[in-house]
Structures are given as structure tokens and as C-alpha cells.
Ligand binder design. Structure first.
Ligand SMILES: NC(=O)c1ccc[n+]([C@@H]2O[C@H](COP(=O)([O-])OP(=O)(O)OC[C@H]3O[C@@H](n4cnc5c(N)ncnc54)[C@H](O)[C@@H]3O)[C@@H](O)[C@H]2O)c1
Length: 454
């Protein structure tokens, strides 16, 4: 089988790669296992030096990596640069903090010596999506490797060049071979690797259905798994919010990465007394966003990553219109590329698909509610629970409300962003486990109790 990297703007093939056979994967994973012996025997301090070098490699080759991201999945170039920057930041963060995070924890149990120690598990299998082709990989792999594990990667099939270049970042930074290995494979081979019991842990970032399939297999083979799945984040606007600022961030939150973000604001829940003002301000902000060639420095919204996504997005609009919504379409037509114009859905209601399942693209439904209670009810009404935003000038009120939202991350007057210092992950069907921070660092460790009696 061939993996094709297609430029979503020019619609031309960038690069093509043959996939690895199952036997080739077996040989690679065997070598990964051998490299685990050496890597896990290094001290955390020694391993963090490699992370600092990886950050240097990323920063030195900033534009090169950003261009690959943009060519493979259509992200506007300035956002691709920010993505590479963030990968360097996560390397720096663990380089500076991992020794402290992973040190033994003494516990007073009344015996001679009791403590908790954090040991690596072995080979961690990362199965990753295309929407942040560098960041998603760094987000799981840096903490896993820092804790002493080695990683093998199955990336999404439309971003093979990113997958190859990520491996090269680690090799250029001097990591021993096979501490990080990219496997160019399809989903079936990925499933076979799990079925043959070849890995010691799984980190999956992807859709709910994928989570359910891989989660079932992980359960059958009793494998630790972290799942970062979809989101349908509510963005609640109370009547005392600063409308202008709220609308600016709303546009950014929904349309960054052309709406293809797990933690993008996806449902705008607005109190009816300010619904008209907010909607007007939001429309103005969305109309300011420049849609076009993702390599252009001025572009805010590029094409979506794959042609198939266009049909899915169209189906969301059709369903909403059938149920009484009025779409407001922004932006100009583009001559080529997989473009979907930014669309605001007025008078959206919770029974529409666009408000119930994750929409991965530039569509923003506005749901009007009569009061705060209804806002909370609507916000918590989906089966997803990744992030949430609440906007109000009354911080105490907004914070209390944010605590009532069932999500892994809630922000008052700001965007939900993955930050190396904070845990990231979801509840309900948005996932299991946490990435980033000291919580993420320990996900793929054996949290081992040690008791030493006299
Ligand atoms: N919570 C998070 O941190 C987070 C971050 C980014 C993206 N996501 C989610 O990812 C999804 C979009 O990415 P996508 O379209 O690449 O998701 P996807 O679920 O289709 O694919 C994710 C990865 O899983 C692989 N895969 C799919 N089915 C498989 C199977 N049966 N066996 C083995 N591997 C399989 C894919 O090839 C890809 O590598 C969205 O739902 C988004 O919310 C979540």
C-alpha cells in the first residue's frame, strides 16, 4: 500500500511512501525493545539533555518543519510555525522539570523506609491524528520518553512526511536509534501490532469510534492506554461579558486550524438578552478572517485537510437547515483547494447534529438560552467533555459556573489551550487519562510502592 501526502490547497501529491509490512514492523519493534534496555538505564537527568537538544533542532529548522505541516494538511503557515514552537516548549518544560517530577516520593508508613518510585513500562505505541501533525506526537512522546520508555508511531495516513521528519528531529538531537521510531503503516497493521501483544502501552489521539475500537483491543490485552478523543466544547457567553473581546476570541477559538481542533469552541451558548449583540460582533470578527492560500502570511483560514471532510461538513449544514437553522456564510470563493467557507449557524438547537457530535471544520452554531441554568444544562448535554469556556465580567460567577461544566479543562475569559504545565484530557467520551504536566509524565510509568523493613 502507498501513503499519499496530498496538498489540500493545490490538490497535488506532495510525496508518496510505501507502507511497512507486518514483518518489517516486527523487526523494528524488536530493535525498539533492545534500545529500551539502554535508554531506561539512563538517569532522568541524562535523558532530559536529549530533550533540550530536540528543542534546539526544532528551533533551528523552524520554517522547514512549518512548511511541511502546511503542505500536508493545509494549516496557515503562521499557525504551523506556532505549532513547531510549542513542540520546542514541551521539550524545554520537561528538560527543566522532569527530574523533580520523577523523583521517588517518600511516604511515612511507620516502617524503616517506604516510598513510591516511577519506572518506565517499555515500548509505547502512539496512534496519532493529522490535525497538529507535530504537536500531537510531541505531546505524547516527550513525556513517555522522558520517563524512560521508547516510542513507536503510527501517524495518520495523510501526514507521512511529518511522521518521518519527527523521527529525524530525534535522530538529529542525538537520541539513540529506535528510542523513537516511525512505522509507516495502515490501521489494520496497527491493530495487528496490538493483537500480537508487541507493545507495552498505547497512546491514542483520534475520534471516538477509533477510541472505542482500540480501547476494546487494549482491554483484551490488558494494556495501559491514554485516549485523547473528540470534543464539542461549549463557549458560554453571559449577559455581562465584554462583547467585543468575547467575539474576537470566539472567532479565533472556533476557526483556528480551520476549525479542526479537538479543543476548539464548537457550540456558542449565549444568553438571550445579549444574543443579537454577540452574534453581530461575532459575524464581524469572522468576516475579518482571511481565507486563502495557507502559505500566505496573511491567511487565517486555509482549506480543510482532506477532500472527504467537505462532504461531512455539508451534511451538518443540511441537517441544521432541515431542523430550522439559518446558515450565515462568510468569506470569498477560492478557485482551488478543499475549501469550506466559515459558516455561522443562527438559531441552532441542541437536537441538531452540529450541536451533538463533534464538528471538525469551520462551522459555528449559536444556541440561545434564557438563563445560566439552561446554559449549564445545554453545555453538559453532549456525550463529550474535553474543554469549556465561560465569558463574563463577574469572575466569581463565571468561575462557579465553569466548575459545573463536565470537562477536563475549563477557562474563564480565555481560550482552552494545551499548556505543558497543565494536565490535558477529557472526561465522558472525550477520553481517558491525561497528557502534559507531571500527571502526563507518569501515565506510562509503573507507579511502584517500595517498602524496606529492617
Ligand atoms: N483530545 C485530543 O487531544 C485530540 C487532539 C487532536 C485530535 N483529536 C481528535 O482526532 C480526530 C481527528 O483526527 P483523525 O481524523 O485523524 O482521527 P481518526 O480517529 O480517524 O484517526 C486517528 C488515528 O487513528 C488511526 N486509526 C483510525 N482507525 C483505526 C483503527 N481501526 N485501528 C488502528 N488505527 C486506527 C488513524 O489512522 C490515525 O492515525 C477528532 O475526533 C479530534 O477531536 C483529539
Amino acid at each position: 500500500m502507498v501513503l499519499k501526502s496530498i496538498n489540500p490547497y493545490t490538490e497535488e501529491v506532495n510525496w508518496e511512501y510505501d507502507t511497512f509490512s507486518f514483518e518489517e514492523c516486527e523487526a523494528h519493534i524488536k530493535k525498539s525493545r533492545e534500545s529500551f534496555l539502554e535508554w531506561s538505564s539512563l538517569s532522568v537527568e541524562e535523558r532530559t539533555k536529549y530533550l533540550a537538544k530536540a528543542a534546539e533542532v526544532l528551533r533551528k529548522n523552524f520554517d522547514f518543519y512549518a512548511e511541511i505541516i502546511t503542505k500536508e494538511m493545509g494549516k496557515p503557515i503562521k499557525q504551523s510555525r506556532a505549532e513547531v514552537q510549542k513542540c520546542a516548549q514541551v521539550c524545554d518544560y520537561y528538560a527543566e522539570n522532569a527530574v523533580e517530577f520523577l523523583k521517588d516520593e517518600l511516604v511515612d508508613t511507620g516502617v524503616e523506609k517506604s516510598y513510591v518510585t516511577f519506572e518506565p513500562l517499555g515500548v509505547i505505541f502512539g496512534i496519532m491524528p493529522w490535525n497538529f501533525p507535530f504537536w500531537q506526537v510531541f505531546k505524547f512522546a516527550i513525556s513517555a520518553m522522558c520517563a524512560g520508555n521508547v516510542c513507536v508511531l503510527k501517524h495518520a495516513s495523510n501526514v507521512p512526511r511529518s511522521a518521518i521528519e519527527v523521527e529525524k528531529v530525534f535522530l538529529k538531537a542525538g537520541f539513540p536509534e529506535y528510542v523513537f521510531k516511525t512505522l509507516l503503516i495502515d490501521s489494520k497493521t496497527a491493530m495487528d501490532i496490538i493483537k500480537e501483544d508487541m507493545v507495552d502501552g498505547i497512546s491514542l489521539t483520534g475520534g471516538i469510534n477509533t477510541g472505542s475500537r482500540i480501547g476494546e483491543l487494549a482491554g483484551r490485552f490488558i494494556k495501559p492506554i491514554v485516549m485523547e478523543l473528540g470534543g464539542s466544547d461549549p463557549f458560554i457567553v453571559l449577559e455581562d461579558a465584554d462583547i467585543e473581546k468575547t467575539a474576537q476570541v470566539a472567532a479565533k477559538s472556533r476557526f483556528r486550524n480551520t476549525g479542526q481542533g479537538c479543543n476548539a469552541a464548537k457550540r456558542f451558548i449565549v444568553l438571550e438578552s445579549i444574543a443579537d449583540d454577540f452574534t453581530k460582533a461575532f459575524e464581524q470578527e469572522v468576516n475579518k478572517l482571511k481565507v486563502g492560500d495557507p502559505m500566505d502570511e496573511e491567511t487565517d483560514i486555509g482549506p480543510v485537510a482532506k477532500r472527504e471532510l467537505l462532504e461531512e461538513l455539508e451534511a451538518f449544514i443540511e441537517d441544521a437547515v432541515k431542523k430550522g437553522a439559518k446558515p450565515f456564510i462568510c468569506g470569498e470563493d477560492c478557485e482551488k483547494g478543499f475549501f469550506f467557507k466559515p459558516t455561522i449557524i443562527h438559531a441552532a438547537s441542541p437536537d441538531m447534529d452540529v450541536c451533538n457530535v463533534e464538528v471538525f471544520g469551520p462551522i459555528a452554531p449559536i444556541i440561545t438560552v434564557k438563563d445560566e441554568e439552561e446554559a449549564v444544562k445545554v453545555a453538559n448535554s453532549t456525550e463529550l467533555g474535553l474543554g469549556a469556556q465561560v465569558w463574563s465580567r463577574d469572575l466569581d460567577r463565571a468561575e462557579k459556573l465553569a466548575r459545573r461544566i463536565k470537562a477536563g479543562f475549563a477557562a474563564v475569559n480565555g481560550m482552552v489551550r494545551s499548556d505543558p504545565r497543565l494536565p490535558f484530557g477529557g472526561i465522558k467520551k472525550s477520553g481517558v487519562g491525561r497528557e502534559l504536566s507531571h500527571y502526563g509524565l507518569k501515565q506510562f510509568t509503573n507507579i511502584k510502592a517500595m517498602v524496606v523493613n529492617k
